[in-house]
Design a protein around this ligand. Structure first.
Ligand code: PBG
Length: 327
């Protein structure tokens, strides 16, 4: 059969029939909200290139997390900005470190939100790279030793899940075995498996004070040109014991999300990163695009590509629309 008997427009005639045939839907269950915690007291400061996103001191973070919980969002991912940086990022495994303090506060006052921690070093090192520098590059295996310490320390302070983001070889295996040896076999790992060396991280680096002081991250993060290599990274992380696979960024990498979904049975997370957020906010402010509609369409595209969950700075905005029954 073909036109004029076949007419796809019949199923687009009104909102009721469109609802019935809609294939993808955004839900609160998809959302993870990133939260920046910084040193100091009584601080709630907006990030200039990320309007609507704030950095909170530990005493202010609980209220921010409660707001997220009250909107029905199941999880947050924490990033820290420490008072003191050093060559190796030792704040990351310090019991009095910024993430450790925030974890204890959040777990005490908002026990019903799921807390993921970003496990990395760039916000904590004086040079801004994601590990220990030897010569002019990040030494992989020395960094693994420190990653283990950071991982254990986060769990001891209350982290529910760890998300290593440094793209070190063997990082999932190292963290998995460190956790298991300490009896933390129940703590899952969300691996930033296919993390690209992207310019879309710009606003985040301003927010987290984590831009590299020299060079760039291309000797550890992936070349944006490579898709097959992303699959290789994913399959390695599956073997090493990852529980959830992440693709990052999301929007310029929808093909990677779709391919990854085909090669693994693990849940797939996509990170809708800071630059993706900033572009939509900026376009909206200029009046050049309809910010809300573009936001919904963007997140829908990430889910349609295959993401089971999305880390996004839009999580609260989307949750509000869902709660009002508008999407
Ligand atoms: C590394 C990390 C980065 C982001 C998340 N974890 C920055 C980087 O790799 O330079 C970026 C997130 C975003 O842009 O929203 N700790």
């Amino acid at each position: 059969m073909e036109f004029p008997k076949l007419r796809p427009r019949r199923l687009r005639a009104n909102e009721n029939i469109r609802r019935l045939v809609r294939e993808t839907k955004l839900s609160l269950d998809d959302l993870i909200y990133p939260i920046f915690v910084r040193y100091g007291e009584k601080i709630v400061e907006e990030i200039p290139s990320m309007p609507g996103v704030f950095r909170y001191s530990v005493d202010k973070v609980v209220d921010a997390v409660k707001e997220v919980r009250d909107l029905g969002i199941p999880a947050i991912i924490l990033f820290g900005i420490p008072e003191h940086k050093d060559e190796v990022g030792s704040d990351t495994w310090n019991e009095q470190g910024i993430i450790q303090k925030a974890l204890r506060e959040i777990k005490k006052h908002v026990p019903d939100i799921y807390v993921i921690t970003d496990v990395c070093f760039c916000e904590y090192t004086t040079h801004g790279h994601c590990g220990v520098i030897r010569g002019n590059t990040v030494d992989n295996d020395l960094t693994l030793e420190n990653l283990k310490k950071q991982a254990i320390s986060h769990v001891e302070s209350g982290a529910d899940m760890l998300a290593p983001s440094g793209m070190m070889d063997g990082m999932v295996q190292a963290i998995r075995s460190a956790l298991d040896e300490s009896g933390y076999y129940h703590i899952p790992i969300m691996a930033y498996s296919a993390k690209f060396a992207s310019s879309f991280y710009g606003p985040f680096r301003e927010a987290a004070e984590s831009a590299p002081a020299f060079g760039d991250r291309r000797s550890y993060q992936m070349d944006p040109a490579n898709a097959r290599e992303a699959i290789k990274e994913v399959l390695l992380d599956v073997k090493e014991g990852a529980d959830i696979i992440m693709v990052k960024p999301a929007l310029a990498y929808l093909d990677i999300i779709a391919k990854v979904k085909e090669v693994t049975l693990l849940p797939v997370c996509a990170y809708n990163v800071s630059g993706e957020y900033a572009m939509i906010k900026a376009g909206g402010r200029l009046g050049w695009i309809d910010e809300e509609k573009v936001m919904v369409e963007t997140l829908l595209s990430i889910k349609r590509a295959g993401a089971d969950m999305i880390i996004t700075y839009f999580a609260k905005d989307i949750a509000k629309l869902i709660n009002k029954g508008l999407i």
